[in-house]
Design a protein around this ligand. Structure first.
Ligand code: SAM
Length: 226
């Protein structure tokens, strides 16, 4: 899978994209990161990528031209996703959907956002990572890239398989424990140390159900509607 990321701050992303699961996936050839800086597609000697908003008001707006030319320069752009608080909420379903695309291009805004004509002319969908406002799309790009890449075949080892994580089967996951058996006078649930695999599976299913009912009943309603 190829991830193009259009950003005025490629340095913000380089290191996280080469660490842990994302880095391993890139070294294994499962994913390829291509960072593109709209500033390299400006046409004035000051490399101006932003300008004042039409209609006045505070803040600057990312100019359409440099972003548009940055995307046009890509050999393959695939599905173009703009990261914006105005987008549809990003969730597990969206991560699965994007993981099936061979190429995804993420647009990171800054300032008041990207000139809307970029969205009108070349964006396939707008995604938000939550109801709050970040200073830039880069953290959102990392969230989307991480959630998508961990779903790609071979990206995760057995020890951190996505299939036992929250949302994969619709609900929240059961809690997890590791050694020591006793910590701060708190014991691990006995069934987990019993060696009875079917009993462990039943306990996990029960705990998963309990957590979903208590914390996210909205997920049960969603599953019921499917
Ligand atoms: N004026 C925009 C608004 O109110 O909708 C906010 C712009 S924000 C300061 C700058 C950039 O950060 C956005 O263009 C977007 O790329 C990114 N961003 C901020 N919050 C985000 C969120 N919740 N999800 C995805 N991207 C976000």
């Amino acid at each position: 899978m190829i991830f193009n990321i259009v950003t005025l701050f490629p340095g913000f992303l380089r290191e996280p994209l080469e660490m842990s699961v994302l880095g391993r996936a890139s070294r294994a050839g499962t994913v390829e990161w291509r960072l593109v800086d709209p500033r390299d597609f400006t046409q004035d000697r000051h490399r101006t990528a932003d300008d004042e908003p039409f209609g006045g008001g505070s803040g600057m707006v990312m100019k359409a031209g440099p972003v548009w030319r940055a995307v046009e320069s890509l050999p393959e752009r695939g599905r173009v996703v703009s990261l914006t608080p105005r987008g549809r909420p990003f969730d597990h379903e969206a991560a699965v959907r994007l993981s099936l695309e061979p190429v995804v291009t993420l647009l990171c805004g800054r300032y008041k956002g990207i000139d809307e004509r970029v969205t009108e002319s070349m964006v396939n969908e707008e995604l938000s990572i939550g109801d709050y406002v970040l200073s830039g799309g880069e953290p959102a790009a990392l969230v989307v890239a991480d959630a998508v890449v961990r779903l790609l075949p071979g990206a995760l080892g057995d020890h951190d398989s996505a299939a036992t994580d929250s949302f994969y089967d619709g609900g929240l996951s059961a809690p997890a424990y590791t050694r020591p058996r006793e910590f701060q006078s708190l014991e691990v649930p006995e069934v987990l140390t019993s060696g009875h695999h079917s009993a462990v599976a039943r306990w996990r299913a029960r705990e998963s159900d309990r957590a979903t009912r208590n914390r996210r009943p909205d997920l049960l309603d969603l599953n019921a509607a499917d």
